[in-house]
Design a protein around this ligand. Structure first.
Ligand SMILES: [Zn+2]
Length: 82
């Protein structure tokens, strides 16, 4: 019997960083890089501008490997220039 285990308040074990709610806009700031083999900070680069939206790619900040892509759709506010 260790009395120290029974004197801690219930909240003492739940000091995890609040990770939920950080992804309001699905904006990725860290992605897994297969080359670095760890989650890395990424740089967002505009890749293509398409009628249906802008295509971004995420590149590893260390080795510049492409680690993800994202399509930002314009929705109905797009002005079509054809
Ligand atoms: Zn990398």
């Amino acid at each position: 019997m260790d009395p120290k285990n029974f004197t801690k308040p219930p909240g003492a074990f739940t000091q995890q960083p609040a990770k939920t709610g950080m992804f309001k806009d699905l904006e990725a700031t860290e992605l897994y890089c297969p080359r670095c083999q760890k989650p890395v900070p990424v740089r967002k680069r505009l890749l293509l501008v398409l009628p249906q939206g802008d295509k971004y790619e995420y590149r590893c900040a260390f080795c510049a490997e492409t680690v993800g892509e994202k399509m930002d759709r314009h929705g109905k506010h797009m002005t079509l220039i054809v």
